[in-house]
Write a protein that binds this ligand. Structure first.
Ligand code: PAF
Length: 283
């Protein structure tokens, strides 16, 4: 069956209401389009939960800073819908900006702590834009569960936090990062790289993996672990580390100078000219 695309809040609510009346479970995968296998794996996971699957495609202007890539962000709706068809999504919600942000719109969601470090430090206002649109979309679709990729680790944890803090009765699931053969995390922004940059970008996962391997061999100095990542990136002088931190997986607070056993994650952002790549690995 073809995947229907609906454009308005009223239409998507009426589709979901029919499923609810029939006693079906509803899963939601919010995206900004330019879909890759990482997104498709979220849909497959939602289907495995036995749920109807709604995918939203909306390039959210609120989460881009004035000098960021909102204008050039790839918009590939037709292609995206075809891909969603192959993995059995049920409906695509692709609203226009005016549907989500009508003229009188003036409310937003601000996290006052976990949003401040890591990406939040370099992208002021970004997470306010993300949380605001995600809360709106959750209120519109009203699913049982929503699925997010762990590639955007801070985003996933912030959404989880928002759901707890604001008593949103929806299960928030974090799903494993899907990687290319050489380890690069799949991202809609990978297409901005030249062939040469694409090849060199494999150093990111290599660096994360060597830090994790050292952790597994018993290395507990965070400086030494971070240095292993930095060594890998330094092999390509055009690649600049924006940040590389080892933090607690749940609070995203810095893990201290040396640590005993703890649930940690190394989170990084790297700049390749004007392409910004993020990734992480749980230790
Ligand atoms: O991860 C994304 O694609 C976006 O940040 C999201 C969650 C769809 C909100 O616009």
């Amino acid at each position: 069956m073809a995947v229907d695309t609906v454009l308005t809040i009223a239409e998507i609510r009426s589709v979901v209401a029919k499923w609810r009346q029939a006693g079906e479970k509803v899963a939601f995968v919010p995206t900004m389009g330019a879909l890759h296998d990482g997104h498709l794996s979220l849909v497959l996971q939602a289907r495995a939960e036995g749920a109807r699957v709604v995918v939203s495609i909306f390039v959210n202007p609120l989460q881009f800073g004035p000098s960021e890539d909102f204008a050039r962000y790839p918009r590939t709706l037709k292609d995206d819908v075809e891909k969603l068809q192959t993995v059995g999504a049920d409906v695509v919600f692709a609203p226009a900006a005016a549907e989500i942000y009508p003229v009188a719109f003036q409310t937003s969601v601000i996290n006052k702590k976990m949003s401040e470090g890591l990406c939040g430090k370099f992208r002021p206002g970004h997470f306010e834009g993300v949380l605001t649109v995600v809360l709106k979309l959750l209120n519109i679709v009203a699913p049982d569960m929503a699925l997010f990729g762990k590639k955007d680790y801070q985003q996933w944890r912030l959404i989880e936090r928002m759901a707890k803090d604001l008593e949103i009765p929806i299960e928030i699931l974090g799903c494993d990062t899907i990687r290319e053969k050489d380890g690069l995390a799949m991202s809609s922004r990978n297409r901005y790289m030249s062939a040469e940059e694409r090849e060199e970008s494999a150093l990111i996962y290599k660096g994360l993996s060597s830090a994790k391997a050292a952790w597994e061999r018993g290395e507990r100095s965070l400086d030494k672990l971070t240095a292993l990542f930095k060594d890998s990136i330094s092999q390509c002088p055009r690649m600049k580390i924006q940040y590389a931190e080892i933090v607690d997986r749940f609070s995203l607070e810095p893990a201290g100078a040396t640590v005993a056993e703890k649930s940690l994650v190394m989170i990084i952002a790297v700049l390749f000219g004007d392409v910004r790549l993020i990734d992480n690995l749980e230790f």
